[in-house]
Design a protein around this ligand. Structure first.
Ligand code: MN
Length: 259
């Protein structure tokens, strides 16, 4: 099995080193990751400048771009082969609920999935890499257990792992994404020269942590595995918008479009 590994925390991150070490025995492993921390980059591509790919002493390749750039480059010519599986992480912090919209970790996996390769994003629910060895073992378990199935039926999986010793984890759960409240307010500050600056505030607190969600599973010590889809269409609203566009009694300059 040939595995491409990326992340959003950067090629130097302890999380990517642990992930590579954990899956190395499963096949050929190649790393293409951002040269710096691009957490929160979402699924963005760099289109306004060229990208460079360099290789670190440990063999990891790094790119001066986003996580999505890394996977895009790797799969569209740089690797010279098509991997069987793409892994992203292990992220330093959760990617649950609404976090997934902003996540570079999930985005790297999403880019692979868009390009037809099954992919798994791995995140630890708390910052600081406590019990990283345990999370790496979980990642290897997931790949060993689901890798063959994913090759039969390509999927995008989002895995969140409680920061617990391996023996304290209470199992697995297939979950749906929970929900967060809107993020907290921006934090205002001043530069040394007196100019006003803002920090993006913390993610919102948890709003939906009902049974079946990623928040619910991980709070109980279980590894959460959420299959993700990438079609943003709100199916149940297509008919509603269609109705709104029907010619009504009020004159409208758009009604001509439908005729
Ligand atoms: Mn990150």
């Amino acid at each position: 099995m040939r595995i491409l590994v990326s992340n959003d925390d950067g090629y130097f991150s302890p999380g990517i080193a642990a992930l590579v070490a954990a899956v190395r025995h499963l096949g050929e492993v190649v790393v293409v990751a951002p040269e710096r921390d691009r957490s929160g980059a979402s699924q963005s591509l760099t289109l306004d400048r060229p990208l460079t790919l360099r290789t670190a002493a440990n063999g990891f390749h790094y790119v001066n771009g986003t996580p999505t750039d890394c996977v895009h480059l790797a799969l569209n010519g740089v690797l010279g082969f098509r991997p069987d599986l793409v892994l992203s992480g292990i992220n330093d912090g959760a990617n649950m609920g609404d976090d997934t919209n902003y996540s570079g970790t999930v985005a790297a996996a999403t880019e692979a999935f868009v390009l037809g390769v099954p992919a798994i994003a791995f995140s630890m629910i708390d910052h600081g890499y406590a019990h990283l060895d345990s999370a790496a073992r979980v990642a290897a378990d997931v790949v060993a257990r689901l890798g063959a199935r994913l090759r039969e039926r390509p999927m995008l999986l989002n895995v969140n792992i409680p920061n617990l010793p391996y023996s304290s984890l209470t199992g697995w759960e297939a979950t749906r994404l929970g929900k967060r409240h809107p993020s907290e307010e921006v934090v205002e500050g001043r530069t040394p020269r007196g100019d006003k600056v803002y920090w993006i505030g913390l993610a919102g607190s948890v709003k939906d942590e009902s049974a079946g969600t990623d928040f619910h599973a991980t709070a109980r010590g279980r590894v959460s595995i959420t299959p993700l889809d990438i079609d943003l269409t709100h199916d149940s609203l297509v008919a509603t918008v269609g109705q709104w566009l029907r010619p009504g009694p009020e004159p409208s300059s758009l009604t001509g479009i439908q005729r």
